[in-house]
Design a binder for this molecule. Structure first.
Ligand SMILES: *Cc1c(COP(=O)(O)O)cnc(C)c1O
Length: 473
């Protein structure tokens, strides 16, 4: 009897699906942006220039020529709002771009929030993150200037595999110095780099003066991005046939990532929504800027307003606890001095699984935008980020990279705040990559053994006290 009753109920006509049920907002290949967006054109003041550590004077294009091809140096100093994307680069972007914008409907329901949560998914690239957006462009410009060898560093291995992928497309030999703790934690990242034909070395290594100096002082060094950068820069600076490539921080890298935000603006329009808050995790600042700068630029030109939030690890709190000052980009003092939020170039962040967020500094353009009040920054501990990532994965299916889990954690906080207020809110965050190579970190999380490594302010003060005199302002 009850069965019959239930059946009758089940046979009631279903409510018709409306357009509002769309989950994925997809663009066509013709919608891949034709230009990169340069926020320098719209900022109320220009960012302070990089300085030569010897003279304290702004560095010129010639100072950078040993490291980068001239086309990238010109992008680094450009004030043009739009820079054309070369057709061969757009052709390669077609392998994974435009990337999808997804509405996280099941996660919204699980959180019981009236907020609408959208994410731009960059994990669809061959390397599994946003980084090929710039690695392909950098390889293209190097090849155009006759360069056949590149050296670089990598943290968690995302950048190393992205440049290895680009190197394979342009027939460029790539040498990757990988932060030792990640080299040991993520052996499959190394295998991926080798699959693309690159050579991967644990850093600090015995191959460079910078590496040998660190090993002499700290034989057990777990490495850091600052140290690995020194090794890769040294190799490029001392070999005429080799140039250097950086996966974040520099203006031209942020520039190349703006394809993310330009696509997202179109896709949010398709969804008929305006984001109230735009969120990205921030290590060197490139995926954050890639999503946020096109939105911030539109606002600066008189368009829609919204909040923007950068999310960093509590163990490496560059934007929230660092000092805004001139510092070296690397530990071995081979780079120019750049004005940025920094914990000090000799600060070695405690090992966390989000290796891509373990950098002592921040992109100068992102730091400058922070000083101009164009966005806020927050920091979270790694276990709470993994909790959020698992909650997300169990609803949306995608296992996020540990770096991206920071953006997810803040999106969740925004959604829960909206719930507490009983008000709707449109949230957009960048899901910068998937975590398929980071499953050991998830295993550690599920074992209950993951700990939150504490940030040591005294160690930061020590590192900051060593900053070069020219940095004193
Ligand atoms: C490298 C990386 C980051 C951090 O770098 P940014 O330059 O701050 O974007 C974040 N997410 C993923 C997936 C990465 O690979």
């Amino acid at each position: 009897m009850f069965g019959l009753f239930n059946k009758k109920k089940a046979m009631q006509p279903r409510k018709a699906q409306s357009m509002n049920d769309t989950t994925k907002y997809l663009l066509g290949e013709e919608d891949i942006p034709k230009v990169w967006y340069n926020i320098a054109a719209d900022l109320p003041s220009p960012p302070p220039p990089p300085l030569h550590p010897g003279t304290g004077q702004p560095v010129g294009p010639d100072d950078l020529a040993p490291l980068f091809p001239m086309a990238l140096i010109m992008q680094e100093v450009s004030a043009e709002r739009e820079i054309e994307i070369p057709e061969p680069v757009r052709e390669i972007y077609k392998l994974w771009r435009p990337s999808p914008l997804v509405r996280a409907r099941r996660w919204e329901k699980a959180l019981g929030t009236p907020a609408k949560i959208y994410f731009k998914y960059e994990g669809v690239s061959p390397a599994g993150s946003h980084k090929p957006n710039t690695s392909v462009a950098q390889a293209f410009y190097n090849k155009q200037e006759g360069i056949n060898k590149l050296s670089t560093e990598t943290g968690a291995g995302q950048w190393g595999s992205s440049l290895a992928f680009a190197g394979s497309l342009f027939d460029i030999q790539v040498d990757v110095y990988m932060v030792k703790v990640s080299y040991e934690q993520k052996p499959y990242r190394r295998a991926l780099m080798e699959t693309y034909g690159a050579r991967c070395v644990a850093s600090p290594s015995t191959e460079t003066n910078s590496g040998r100096a660190i090993l002499a002082a700290h034989p057990d060094s777990t490495g850091s991005l600052g140290i690995a950068i020194s090794e890769a820069v040294e190799v490029a600076a001392t070999n005429d046939d080799t140039k250097y490539a950086l996966g974040s921080v520099l203006n031209h890298v942020l520039l190349h990532q703006t394809v993310i935000g330009q696509e997202a603006i179109k896709q949010m329009e398709m969804a008929g929504e305006k984001p109230d808050v735009v969120i990205g995790c921030a290590g060197g600042g490139s995926n954050f800027a890639g999503l946020a700068f096109p939105f911030i630029g539109r606002k600066l030109r008189g368009g829609d307003d919204m909040r923007v939030v950068a999310v960093e690890p509590a163990s490496c709190p560059t934007l929230t606890k660092g000092r805004y000052t001139y510092d070296f980009g690397d530990t071995g003092h081979l780079t120019p001095l750049v004005k940025m939020h920094t914990l000090g170039n000799s600060f070695v962040p405690p090992p966390v699984h989000a290796g891509g967020l373990r950098y002592h500094g921040m992109a100068p353009l992102v730091s400058h935008a922070k000083e101009l009040g164009l966005f806020d920054a927050v920091a979270y501990k790694q276990t709470e980020c993994f909790e959020a990532a698992v909650s997300f994965a169990r609803c949306e299916g995608i296992v996020p990279a540990p770096e991206s889990s920071h953006a997810i954690k803040h999106a969740m906080e925004e959604a829960l705040q909206a719930k507490a207020e009983g008000k709707s809110r449109v949230i957009l965050f960048n899901l910068s990559g998937h975590g398929h190579f980071d499953m050991a970190a998830y295993t550690e999380f599920f074992s209950g053994k993951m700990v939150d490594k504490e940030f040591d302010p005294a160690e930061m003060d020590r590192a900051l006290s060593e900053l070069p005199a020219v940095a004193a302002e």
